[in-house]
Design a protein around this ligand. Sequence first.
Ligand SMILES: Nc1ncnc2c1ncn2[C@@H]1O[C@H](COP(=O)(O)OP(=O)(O)OP(=O)(O)O)[C@@H](O)[C@H]1O
Length: 827
Amino acid sequence: MILLTNDDSIVRVSTFLLVAKSEEQLANDRAWLEQERYWLVHRRGFTAVTKLPGKSGSMDDLATGVGTGKIRANPPQYDRSEDLAQLRFLNESSVLHTLRQRYAANLIHTYAGLTMLIMNPAVPLAIYSEKVAHLFRRCKSADMPAHIYSVAQSAYHSMLSLRRDHSIVFLGRAGSGKTINYKYIIKYLTIVAGANNKVLTLEKLNSIWTVLEAFGNAKTVLNNSATCFAHLFSLDFDQSGQIASASIQTMLFDRWRVARRPEGEGTFHILSRLVLGAEGNLRRDLMLGDLNPTDSNPYVHFNVSNEDKVQQAGLFKMVYGSLMQLGVSELENKIIFSVLAAILHLGAAGAAKVSTPTSNRSSYHSSSPGSDYGNRSPAVDDWTGQDALDGFVIGLYSEVFNIVAALINRHLSVGTHTVNTILVFDCPGFQNPASCGQQNGATFQDFCFNYLQERLQLLFHNTALVATRDRYTQEQIEVICDDTDEVSPEGIVNILDNIPSNNSSLSLAMRSSQLDLRQSDSTPGLLWLLDEHRSLPSQQSFVDSVFNVYREREHQTLINKAAGNHHLLIQHCQGTNPVLYNTENWTKLAREHPSTKAAVALLLESTHNDMATVFTMSRSANISSTLGGSLAGIDGTQSLRRASSIRRTFTSSSAAAIKRKSDGLIETLRRSKVKFVHCLLAQHNVAAVDGTKEYFDSTINVPLLRSQIRGAEVLPAVRLYKQGFPECMQLTEFIRRFGLLASSSNSTEASTPTPTDTKTSIEEILFGIDLDASSYRVGLSQDRAGPAVEWSGAGRMRSVRPRHVAFIHENPPPALPNLPQNPPSYV
Ligand SMILES: Nc1ncnc2c1ncn2[C@@H]1O[C@H](COP(=O)(O)OP(=O)(O)OP(=O)(O)O)[C@@H](O)[C@H]1O
């Protein structure tokens, strides 16, 4: 258990220990630095080496593995630095070394400048209790140890002081811990900010997570309970800083899973839980007893042990109870589960192709008794009967998922005036099935998830690097920072989603010379090619269309043809994570079968009045008008009050809609002040292995961690943070707070000061208090926000500041085996 204390004596002692060094310590430091310790980088890791005195030749020559050559090691006291910006020698190996040292001590959180890195510990840690949350309350950013609660607290504090909307975004690979930390952020804000009229409580949060996990998660090869939807939790605060309303927007990115789950993976948990857990009248009314778990059913699988079956049955009862706690009536519950039961019965029935007497076209009928949906979904081109049924089931499940989210919102959203919002965003992680030995190639669903992760990484790049540099230029602040090894995610994002500027057709795009395409910035992205592909003869494979366009050598570093008719390789995450995709069936998946829309219409127009009422409700003004919140909707146009139309935008399954959804999301996030959390995996498949503890007690997979650090652009961001001036304050605000320190002749009280007066006064104040001139700059620009004083990141040394909180392990966790405290080398 971690205990945080603000006991003064502890603060003073730790401050003294950190600041004051004995002569002996200083001598040791000097001796260590004179030794010239370097990292020798190699494919499998890095090794500490010492330069022998008197030997010539550059140590940089040894760094054959990275190419940067900046490989000096830090003295041992930096081993567990809480902020990577504190490292004296900032390089990739030193970053890996620090993360590894901290991880060995169960310190899974590390600041990377303004970003937080979190390693997945794979085992529960007792550092998230309510008591711990209260210790972060009212703390300022610089006073908090690295912890997921410090991210939440600094967003909350910043929202209150700036009166601006904030968002917290999680990035990382599948199973790296995004969802768990997303929940901790919301839990923290609920505990610390409190909620008016108990609109949000910890019990309600538990119910929400239980319901969403059941309806939106599934077992995948990379995670036993992977999130298959993106969710944006919106916490709306009133003037006093309390939560006044909340809502959740969901996007079921993997809606195909209900009908076409990848080999070896599961469908949404709720389907098997319903069959195993429903009892009494519900079981009888939904005829669940007729479904034999041993029969093959494309829409559910029961490949679990008896013990698991009991557990799944228990989980169903929890879901049912949670829905009730969230204000869902028994009737509404029954309606939701009856649609799910219909999906299961349709799966048991299967589909057959029949000819209709009135038309030459074929249509598809389920052989399920009483089912006449086939007439509503005319077959198109190469659709099969199973496609029609699958499309229908996808439509049904998507509507169920939407109504569940709408019912949660009905319970949380209060039509009250709110001032600011904190958005917390989680989505499926980066997928690479090859990392767990699956060589068949990644699926279309994986492609969609990876595209969204790339968009988020680009948002990070633009926020942490591009916008920061632009601001320095605007303020005429010179920052010397090496950016030669920076690679922007923009190149890969363009390959994935570029829309040709001349809106040419696919056949035109393929006929045009590459030069023309490049000159007009018209090289179409893969999503556009998928969308357009339906206009091509079906013999042409999607991969052929792609490589008719992407013949250019300059693209070969990002996209390549792979062995097999349908395979292509995309170099994701700045080339650190190549993913082999199998594009067979992608053109079909990117389209929406007409039966999907028919399923939606069927629910809305159902002759069963209650059913029609419930499903219409999620689209009607009733529910959307109850949605509170000051923040614009995820589609990037209007407020959340337009939730029904937002959801419609998101239910289209075409490739173009995936881009549109992502655009809306990024635009929504961009308008707020964004904080990023990068979740990291220490080992492949941590989240998919049972008996994780034993599996996990091994050394860190250094190449895996290195590729995540590179892909996440940690080093460039920390470097800019360290060299730059990341903390800024408007000049007027500075004067308001510190104006008293100005000499009387320059007092700003006499008359309204001009910007030049203000700047001069500030420079005098800073000069007067003898602050190191290299640690600040006074900006010049006259932009809307006004010129600013910028504070150096390097000057923000958390470890030498008196802390208001400190970590103490009550029961120190056992050190991981095979991890010496100061390992001489890593392999
Ligand atoms: N802070 C943590 N403490 C304990 N266990 C953790 C922590 N973070 C992650 N885990 C473990 O890792 C597993 C995967 O975490 P989680 O589902 O949050 O990952 P994810 O990144 O959201 O995955 P996906 O992208 O596949 O949805 C969890 O089930 C849990 O076992």
